[in-house]
Every structure is written in C-alpha cells, then in structure tokens.
Design a protein around this ligand. Structure first.
Ligand code: NAD
Length: 440
C-alpha cells in the first residue's frame, strides 16, 4: 500500500485518518466552564486534588435511544445524563432536546448547575441531561417515545432522592409529565418529586413556568439599581436574544416593570421597534407562527445585529457561546443579564469588562428556575402546596440575597460579578467536600 491508496480528506491531504473536527459548541462550553473553575480555585487557594475533584463529573451516562418513526423506520439517537457533583445533596438539572447537544455540553451545563445551587443556597448538586434530537422534526407521539425511552435508559440514575430533572431547551411541562409517568410506572406508584417543572395538575409548583424569567427580571432590576447610577426601569431600553421559555417571559416581566423592550430574536429571526414592542402581542404571534419573524408591528433585523444594538440592557436567553471575541467589542449595552447558560465566552468576558460592561452571570441571573424547582420538590416531598404569592416571596428572597452576596464580594475584592459568583459557589462546594472527607 502506498500513500496514494489513502482517501483524500476534506483538507486535501491523503490520509487514513479523517480531519479532526473543529471543537463542538459543547466542547467550547466545557472549556469555558473549566476555565471559570480554575480561576475560582486559584482565588480560593484550593489544592490541585480538590480542584481536580471539582473539575470531574461524579457520574456520566451515555445511552442509545432507539426511536420508531411514524413511517416505521427505526432511528437511534444519543442521550446523556451527567451528575457533576453530589456533595451538598441530590443532583439537579434540566434535560435538553437539541440536535447539537453532546456529552461535553451536558457536562458543562451540569458543572454550572453545581455552582448555581450552591450560590443560591439550595441543597443540591448539579446535573444535566441531553438528547441529540430536534423536537421540531418529531411528531408528538415520536417525541413521547423518545422521552420515555431515554428516561428508561437513565432510570438507574434518577429519583427524588438522587437526581431530579427539569425542563431546558427543547423540553417543557409535557416532557416532564411523561418523565414522571415513566418513572412512576416503573416504581409502581406515583412519584411526583422525580421531576420539577411539571404541570400543576401533577404536583407542579405555582410560579415555576415563569420562575427563570422572574429571576432574570429581579437580577436585572437589582443590577440597574446598583450599577447604573441607581437607574429606574422606566424607559430602560432592552434587547432579548431567544424568545423561548426564558426569553419571552423575561421580556414580558421587564416590560411589566416599565422597561422598553425594543428588540427580540429567536432561531427564526429578529424584530426591532425603537419605541418599544408590545411583548404580549409578540408572544401571541410567536405562539401562533413558531417565531417572532414576520411580526407586523416591528421592523425585521438580523439575529447578529440584535446583540450590537444601542440599548441599556442585553439579555442573552438562547444558547451558549453567543457573545464571543468577534462581536463583544461591538456590544453597546452597559449591562448584560445572562438568561441563558454560558452565553458569553471567557474571551468576550474580558473584552466586555475592559469596555466597562457589567455582566450579571448565568449562575446568578437564571437561578430563579432551579430555586422554584427546589420549592416544587419540597412541596412534593411534603405533599403540600404553597400559593403563588408564597412562592414569589421565597424566590425573591433567595435571588436578592444571592445577588447581594455576589455584588458585595465583587466590590470588596475587585472581581467581576462572574468571578465573585463562582468564588462563592465553588467555595461552598469545596467546603462541603472538605467537611465530608474522602471515602474510603
Ligand atoms: P427554549 O427552547 O424554550 O428557547 C430557546 C430559544 O432560543 C428559542 O426561542 C430559540 O428559537 C432561540 N434560539 C436558538 N438559537 C438562537 C439564535 N442563534 N439566535 C436567537 N435565538 C435563538 O429554551 P429555554 O428553556 O428558554 O432556555 C434558554 C436558555 O436558558 C438555555 O441556555 C437554558 O439552558 C437556559 N435556562 C433555562 C431554564 C429553564 O427553566 N427553562 C433555566 C435556567 C437556564
């Protein structure tokens, strides 16, 4: 055999080894999560062994999910469940259905969940799940089959005392209802506490559907009041990237607080109206058509342009890696409030900080979802339910306390809000590790 017998790879060389693919979005997210942990470990003076424990997930499971399509074909998709840390309580984290999800992405998201739960003071470790499917291409029955089969494959890991899933990108209350049913059918009795973000008819908490967005609103208003010269929300111009479960209601709650939501985007496009969008009408349009694209009372905009608009506050609420070294220099908002997980890369973080842009980090700004998930789980384990008002008061308390702790540490030690949030979250998990010791 000579070299000419080898196939030509995409980069034009003859080789039996295909070109290595560029890192996936998930791999970049995991590198960012590891960078943030290393930075926090250095700040806290953690030894290398403890840092390595925190950098490594405790358990990762990859499963094949065979799905029978309506036309009889059998397709196999990959799913994952990662439990990053279990030192402070059971693992907790959403399940994502997205075609690009991979083990690296799920690991990064699980790691961020660990710090988030510790930061807001709820007794969980971090987890995440993902299935590499595009729910938009599946019928409801196919989606139900994927969900139930995936849950069956990860069944040994989950449970109300072990690991409690919740909704994330591409999943919703209906997905959680199927998960609860599949788990309960296997157990032989109803186990509402195995998932959160369920429909209220199955033990879901009042206030859970809007909890992440409510938390984004609370964090944004606190940041406006404390970092932007005690600015009131009235008239503050806001752009929101992502108009799904988190982004659409964040836009609504910010508009309700008096802000001027001037632009929003989703996977289908973006729209802008400098005098302020009617967010309720836009939500109705998006619910009817599947996208904000084509909304009549606004002008079309490219998705990229939205990030660079001359607004006061930018709320990225779509996916990871959206604000990068490429576009960060052109971000004109003075405040970025991260509804999404990992929307800002570490390089972009440095550029934004250098330009005087304040970033309220994901593990703080979007913690409202897991806070009310925790409240839902507490209600389920006590077979009791709180009023919407009681849930709202508890959510606000936990969010505001966490925000104050982060802002105080940042001011005291000259850190960014992200560095301070990670220092607190990672520090609490490290303390739990030290106190528990190592077994055996
Ligand atoms: P979702 O699937 O309901 O919505 C995602 C939205 O992002 C959709 O509107 C989609 O069209 C849009 N989108 C995708 N790619 C885009 C792009 N390139 N530009 C603009 N928009 C784009 O998901 P969600 O639950 O709203 O989650 C959004 C983010 O918030 C994710 O990072 C998720 O991990 C995070 N998060 C969600 C929750 C929760 O409770 N759902 C809690 C905490 C954090």
């Amino acid at each position: 055999m000579t070299v000419t017998d080898f196939p030509t790879t995409a980069s034009g060389v003859r080789s039996p080894i295909p070109d290595l693919p560029a890192p996936s979005a998930g791999e970049r997210a995991l590198a960012a999560a590891r960078f943030q942990l290393a930075e926090a470990s250095r700040f806290l003076g953690l030894d290398d062994g403890l840092h390595d424990m925190l950098a490594t997930p405790r358990r990762s499971l990859t499963v094949s999910v065979p799905v029978r399509r309506e036309d009889g074909r059998l397709e196999v998709v990959q799913g994952h469940r990662v439990q990053h840390n279990l030192s402070r309580g059971p693992a907790k984290g959403g399940i994502r259905f997205h075609p690009a999800t991979d083990l690296a992405e799920v690991t990064a998201l699980a790691m961020w969940m660990t710090w988030k739960c510790a930061l807001v003071g709820i007794p969980y470790g971090g987890a995440k799940g993902g299935v590499a499917v595009d729910p938009a291409t599946l019928t409801t029955r196919e989606l139900e089959r994927v969900t139930r089969r995936y849950v069956n494959e990860i069944l040994p890991l989950i449970g109300p005392e072990k690991d409690i899933p919740a909704p994330d990108v591409g999943t919703d209350e209906q997905t959680m209802a199927w998960i609860m049913d599949t788990y309960s059918a296997n157990a032989g009795y109803s186990v509402p506490g195995v998932v959160t973000g369920k429909p209220t008819a199955l033990g879901g908490s009042l206030g859970r559907a809007g909890a992440t967005s409510r938390g984004v609103q609370i964090a944004a208003l606190q940041a406006l009041a404390s970092t932007e010269g005690a600015r009131s929300p009235e008239g503050t111009a806001i752009a929101v990237q992502g108009f799904g479960k988190v982004g659409a209601l964040a836009a609504q709650y910010l508009a309700d607080a008096g802000c001027r939501v001037v632009a929003v985007s989703d996977a289908g496009g973006a729209v802008v109206r400098p005098s302020g969008l009617d967010v309720a009408a836009l939500r109705a349009h998006a619910a009817g058509t599947g996208s904000v694209h084509g909304y009549r009372d606004a002008d079309p905009l490219s998705r990229d342009e939205l990030l660079e608009l001359d607004v006061d506050v930018l709320v990225p609420a779509a996916l990871e890696g959206m604000i990068t070294a490429d576009n960060a220099p052109r971000v004109r908002a003075r405040l970025v409030v991260e509804g999404a997980n990992g929307p800002t890369t570490p390089e972009a973080d440095l550029i934004l900080a250098g330009n005087g842009v304040t970033v309220v980090p994901d593990i703080l700004a979007n913690a409202g979802g897991v806070i009310v998930s925790y409240l839902e789980w507490v209600q389920n384990t006590q077979a009791y339910s709180w009023s919407a008002g009681e849930v709202e008061v508890k959510l606000r308390d936990l969010m505001e306390n966490a925000y104050r702790a982060v802002a105080d540490l940042a001011a005291e030690r000259d850190l960014t809000l992200r560095q301070a949030a990670h220092a607190i979250g990672v520090g609490r998990v490290a303390e739990a590790h030290r106190m528990r010791g190592l077994y055996p």
